[in-house]
Design a protein around this ligand. Structure first.
Ligand code: SF4
Length: 412
């Protein structure tokens, strides 16, 4: 390509994000050492709002595991979990996180000077994403002899029925009863409603942020999204996340108004389906940039939009929000969703990441790409890799496949 080398566009709000994420980790770390405070671990699409309603400081191990991936440490620690009996074929978030713990390492040391992950008073999972989170939390539950509680969700859900929502609502209510003796007090309904309301607001703003990707040129890339989704995952339910996304949205809307794209001279637009490759975010971002191709939207970043949340009906709306989630749904529902996203974001093609250790967030193994190509006319590319285990990833193969795919788009 003869054009000048394109530059990565920085997002100014990133400074604020770094600050609020650092404050979050310090707050949880301090709470874990304060006998007057309680810490709960929660899965990334678990019942965070309920835990906040009890006043727990909430910590999210998946975010920690993604940090291990993004800092390219995960592959070093996975073998230690394998040696403890956790297969190399299961979730590499789990194996990287447990392996790092067994070796006394956390990326929080380098990033924030925090020596260890915070010891929880309770671990709370939701199997809506996978069973691995339950096994992961149970390992720590046994290790520290602390309770491990959870919601067992329906899987492969087609249309979400009232029966689905009823059963999850009852589980959430039961969970609240189980949490009382651990928190040492009853659920504060006002705090719970407030958390649900703030989480809803955070979701709405995050959705607006992602929608700036539908502009031509797109105001952000998938790779920006994977970084800026941090507060939507770990700070939802708190005012600071709402303030953050107001700031980020204003900056991106400004880009849209002035016609400034995240990728200068945007030529092609793609959809990313599946997990990020955390250890290759930068390299992939730069590769797509050099090809003037913008990955404008993804299932992954959109997974933290919970617009069903309603502070007037906190239990039931939480049950609905965490059951309508993409990852829990049947293939026909997923296909409708992706087809709709392709149209909304006007993409030219779809990239599927087949993540070796996460079948739950991999949708390319049962002919979905072929069905969607037939339905939408959009070509697809399948990249074999993994979210955290870089032994499953080949830079050369990925580069060759992506370049060939973009060339195919040029000709199409
Ligand atoms: S959804 Fe995939 S990456 Fe996430 S915890 Fe489950 S197996 Fe791991």
């Amino acid at each position: 390509m003869s054009e000048q080398k394109a530059q990565v566009k920085r997002i100014s709000a990133a400074k604020t994000m770094k600050k609020i994420m650092a404050e979050h980790f310090h707050r949880v770390d301090e709470a874990s050492r304060d006998p007057g405070k309680k810490v709960a671990w929660c899965t990334s699409v678990g019942p965070a709002e309920l835990l906040q309603g009890f006043g727990f400081e909430v910590y999210y191990p998946e975010n920690h595991a993604a940090m291990l991936g993004a800092t390219r440490k995960a592959t070093d620690y996975i073998p230690y979990a394998n040696a403890a009996g956790y297969s190399p074929d299961i979730c590499s978030y789990l194996t990287a996180d447990v392996g790092a713990y067994l070796q006394g390492y956390t990326p929080l040391q380098d990033a924030y000077g925090i020596q260890s992950v915070p010891k929880p008073d309770v671990l709370v999972y939701n199997t809506n994403q996978c069973r691995d989170v339950q096994d992961w939390f149970m390992w720590y539950g046994r290790h520290w002899n602390v309770p491990c509680l959870g919601i067992e969700t329906h899987r492969n859900v087609g249309p979400v029925s009232e029966a689905h929502v009823d059963s999850i609502t009852r589980q959430l209510q039961h969970l609240a009863e189980q949490l009382e003796p651990i928190a040492g007090h009853k659920l504060d309904m006002d705090l719970f409603r407030q958390s649900v309301g703030l989480s809803r607001r955070c979701s709405e703003l995050w959705e607006q942020v992602l929608l700036t990707g539908s502009a031509r040129p797109s105001a952000l890339t998938f790779f920006d999204g994977t970084i800026h989704m941090g507060p939507a995952v770990v700070l939802r339910g708190l005012p600071v996340a709402v303030e953050y996304y107001q700031q980020l949205l204003a900056e991106l809307q400004q880009r849209v108004e002035s016609g400034e794209g995240a990728i200068e001279g945007e030529r092609h637009r793609l959809y990313w389906e599946g997990m990020p490759v955390w250890g290759r975010l930068r390299a992939l971002g730069e590769l797509f940039l050099s090809l003037r191709t913008c990955v404008v939207a993804s299932t992954y970043c959109n997974s933290w939009i919970f617009n069903q949340l309603d502070p007037d009906d906190p239990f039931r709306s939480m049950a609905r929000a965490y059951t309508e989630l993409f990852i829990v749904r049947s293939d026909p529902v997923k296909e409708d969703y992706i087809a709709d996203m392709c149209q909304r974001y006007q993409v030219d093609g779809i990239v599927y990441h087949d993540a070796k250790t996460c079948p739950n967030n991999t949708n390319s193994r049962y002919a979905m790409p072929q069905r969607l190509e037939q339905r939408t006319g959009k070509p697809y590319l399948i990249l074999s890799g993994d979210l955290n285990d870089l032994r499953c990833w080949s830079d050369e193969q990925a580069r060759t496949s992506i370049e060939a795919f973009v060339e195919q788009l040029e000709q199409g």
